[in-house]
Design a protein around this ligand. Structure first.
Ligand code: BG6
Length: 293
């Protein structure tokens, strides 16, 4: 089989951590620590083929987040089959022992009918020797007609957690957010951390580059670091919405939370020949090691 006929690429790191990337969606579907513990949530009902995006892992929302535009919800990148990029232009050289794969997405003739912009989207997925997962997106405007384009974006990460009632998200306190459950009205966060007691679907604006998801029961903290992505979406569908999703189990909302590094409020604009970089770095550490700094 040629490498682009594969369903997925598996990255393994010498100390035992691993990650899996589906060519369908350029979608990370698994990230395991050195003990083989899964760190990302994927629904038992997920469908791993077109036309639905895979429910869980890290869907890539491009060139549109949610319904901020006329395209299908969250754009089309998550519903396309990407190629392995065997000849990527120079990225910063990864440190030794970093396992990585480079993927590329270019629009088809059909895509150009729904979004008339030619682009090259290069995605590197890398696993560091310590087991950190790093995603780097480089999107270039290759329009020959001299036209700029704008897009919104999110790494729609589904974290696997012990129980939603045991989790809090730190780093978003005092920030403004748009509440997707209230016609995107703007509010200011009042709590000193986000906790979950019902459906929550918010776009936090102008967030710090580091956000922590603290799982008290598991005594594990996920640290999200991001670059080029000012916003952060926090989402849990809770029971009613869970029941309404055909590719999501009724009780699965208890075991997941989405914290999504994103660029939404101010779309990214690229002139022809310009390139944008958006980075996501995830680590999972025992909460006792996490100082909050
Ligand atoms: C979140 C949105 O990012 O994605 C939610 O804020 C949405 O409003 C959720 O429900 C899931 O979207 P989808 O298209 O994958 O079902």
């Amino acid at each position: 089989k040629g490498v682009n006929d594969l369903d997925k690429v598996v990255l393994r790191e010498v100390r035992g951590s691993s990650a899996e990337v589906y060519l369908y969606g350029g979608h990370v579907t698994s990230w395991k620590d050195e003990h083989g513990d899964e760190l990302l949530f994927v629904s038992n009902k997920a469908i791993f083929k077109s036309p639905k995006a895979i429910r869980g892992g890290i869907p890539i929302c491009f060139p549109q987040f949610s319904n901020f535009g006329n395209l299908e919800q969250h754009g089309f990148a998550r519903n396309r089959t990407w190629c392995v990029d065997n000849d990527p232009p120079p990225f910063p050289v990864p440190t030794s022992n970093t396992a990585y794969v480079d993927l590329i997405l270019k629009p088809t003739e059909e895509d150009l009918k729904i979004w008339p912009h030619s682009f090259e989207y290069r995605l590197r997925v890398a696993l560091s020797p310590g087991g950190d997962l790093m995603l780097t997106s480089r999107i270039r405007n290759t329009n020959a007609d001299g036209k700029s384009f704008s897009f919104t974006f999110a790494y729609h990460t589904y974290f696997k957690i012990s129980d939603i009632s045991e989790v809090r998200v730190e780093g978003l306190e005092t920030l403004d957010y748009l509440d997707n459950l209230q016609d995107r009205a703007r509010f200011t966060e009042q709590g000193d951390a986000i906790v979950f007691e019902s459906e929550l679907d918010r776009i936090y604006l102008g967030t710090p580059s580091k956000i922590a998801i603290i799982d008290h029961e598991k005594k594990r903290t996920f640290v999200v670091r991001k670059g080029g992505l000012p916003d952060a979406v926090v989402w849990n569908p809770w029971d009613k919405k869970a029941k309404a999703m055909s590719d999501f189990g009724d009780d699965e909302y208890k075991r997941m939370v989405c914290v999504e590094a994103a660029a939404i409020e101010k779309p990214v604009t690229l002139k022809p020949g310009e390139e944008w970089t958006g980075k996501l770095e995830l680590s999972a550490v025992p909460s006792s090691y996490y100082s909050g700094q």
